[in-house]
Each structure stands twice: as C-alpha cells, then as structure tokens.
Design a protein around this ligand. Structure first.
Ligand code: G3P
Ligand code: CA
Length: 294
C-alpha cells in the first residue's frame, strides 16, 4: 500500500480534533423551515429537471413546477453589470451558444443566448433566464432553492448576496425560498442583509475539486459556519450515513441529499430519514416516495 503524502498524514492527524472542535464551536441554531420542507420527503428538481429538459431554463422549471407542482433548485451568478442570472458554470461555453465568463458578460448579451440547443434541438432558442423572471413566474407557486455560486473574486461575495436578496425582496418571495451555497461566507452575507431568509449549507465529497485536504475537510464540516448559521444541510448523497442524518436532525437541521437519480439510492436515503431529494429525475423520485406524477 503506498505511503500517504506528508500533507495527507497531517490532514489525518488534525482531522479528528478539527472536526470535533468545529461541530462544537458552531452556533447550532437552525430554525424550523416547515413552510419550505413539510413533513415527509420533498422532491426537488435539480436545475429544474436536468435529465429531462435543459438545465436552469424556464422549460425545465416549468416541468418541475407546472407539471408536477414540485420545488426546484437553480444556480446563480452575477452578470458583469451586477444582475443575478441563472446558470451553473462560471463560463457560458457548456450550456449556451455564448463563450467566456458570465461575470465578464453584460446582461443584455446574456439574455440573448440560447441555453436550450446544447440539450436538444427541441429546446433551441430557450433563453438563459434572469433570476427575477424565475422568481416572478414560479415563486408564488413553488418553493425555490436558490444556490449562490462562488464568485471568482471573493471581494464580490457581498455584492452577489446583496443583489440576490434585493431580488427576493422585490419579488415578495423571502419566505418562499431557501438560499443555499457551498460558500459559508455567501450565506453569512445573506444573513447580514436579511436574516429572515432560510439558509442551507451545501457540503460534498469535493471529489476531483482543486482543493487541498485541509480545505476539503473544512468544507465538509461546519467550522466555517460560525456566521452562516444554516437551517438546512444539503449534503452530497455519498457523504450521508444513517448516523449523520440522525445526529444532525437531533440538532434541529433539515437534511437534503443531492444529486440522487438512482431509485435504490433514493430508497436508501429515504430510509435514513432525509427531508428531501434533489434530483435530475423528479419523475422517478416521485414514484420512490409514493407520490404519483399527475
Ligand atoms: O443542490 C446541490 C447541487 O446543485 C450542488 O451541486 O454542482 O449541481 O450545483 P451543483
Ligand atoms: Ca446547484
């Protein structure tokens, strides 16, 4: 068996105390979010219904919300002129006919992009949506999980958080959304701007991420969350165990699992007691949790 690197040995050595201290130091003050996640297992469409329609488009959101009456998740970046837009990557290349960084492109250009053709010709011309348009159209009907993507420039964390909170307030959906992020500083900035908005901390395995072991460790635990104080923990499915779900629910958190598309994995997580499944296949998840698709 290969000998672990010095960095990995150090990480293992400090890992346990750090993990224990981190959980102990965090102000565990999750608030009830039953208005967003009622009792039972909530099915949440990932980026709309990513396996069935182009991700982060009105067509995908309509599939989740209009066809099944389901909450959905979306991703937000800022345009170069500071407007929250709904797109997953920091660049436009994968999901649109544009190129370059979202944060270097003005909203007027972003609005004209085709975000549907990459999925299939049937969705050609599907626009890249603005957050405000999604909130106005779907906010009154279903809960929306608004994920704030990490900005390339950390100095713009308050700008992104502030712009999104402004739009939530303007659309009148402050009590209809869950704001999530991998970056606890973004959640802390949302909390500073409007503490009433429910917050969800995303955590993952960070497999393949360009992070050193200590950075991964810090993101897997709650030690950076002193100021974020999440109400919900949205955890990559591979990281969830029955014990973790039990412990964190005992502390008052609601637990969401992402991104779960396999029915056996869905059943395992439901059995662990998760409160929600974030999935590219809401149709399958509805069957698993015993709610028939209309
Ligand atoms: O909601 C969790 C999930 O969306 C986070 O990962 O990369 O799909 O945004 P990603
Ligand atoms: Ca996301």
């Amino acid at each position: 068996m290969p000998r672990p690197s010095p960095l990995r040995r150090l990480s293992r050595l400090v890992g346990l105390p750090v993990a224990l201290t981190s959980v102990a130091c965090v102000p565990h003050a999750p608030r009830p979010v039953d208005h967003l996640l009622p009792a039972g297992v909530t099915v949440i469409g990932h980026r709309g219904a990513r396996a069935l329609a182009p991700e982060n488009t009105m067509a995908g959101f309509a599939l989740a919300a209009d066809s099944w009456g389901l909450p959905f998740e979306l991703d937000v970046h800022l345009s170069s002129d500071g407007v929250p837009v709904v797109v997953h990557d920091e660049t436009l290349d994968r999901t649109t006919d544009g190129v370059g960084f979202v944060d270097e492109t003005p909203v007027a250009t972003l609005r004209g992009l085709d975000a549907g053709s990459h999925f299939s010709a049937a969705f050609a011309g599907e626009p890249l949506p603005l957050l405000r348009d999604v909130l106005r159209r779907f906010g009154p009907a279903v809960v929306i999980d608004v994920e704030l993507k990490n900005p390339r420039d950390p100095a713009t964390v308050p700008t992104l958080a502030g712009a999104v909170v402004d739009e939530l307030e303007a659309a009148g959906v402050v009590d209809r959304v869950l704001v999530t992020s991998f970056n606890p500083h973004l959640l802390a900035a949302v909390r500073a701007r409007n503490p009433a908005i429910a917050r969800g901390q995303l955590t993952g395995t960070f497999r393949g991420a360009d992070l050193n072991p200590l950075e991964k460790l810090s993101l897997r635990h709650l030690w950076l969350n002193g100021k974020a104080v999440p109400d919900v923990l949205a955890v990559e499915a591979d990281r969830l165990s029955r014990g973790y779900v039990r412990r964190m629910k005992r502390r008052g958190y609601r637990i969401l699992a992402w991104t779960v598309n396999d029915p056996d994995e869905m059943r395992r997580l439901v059995e662990y007691g998760v409160d929600g499944l974030i999935t590219d296949r809401p149709d399958i998840a509805l069957q698993v949790v015993g709610q028939e698709s209309p």
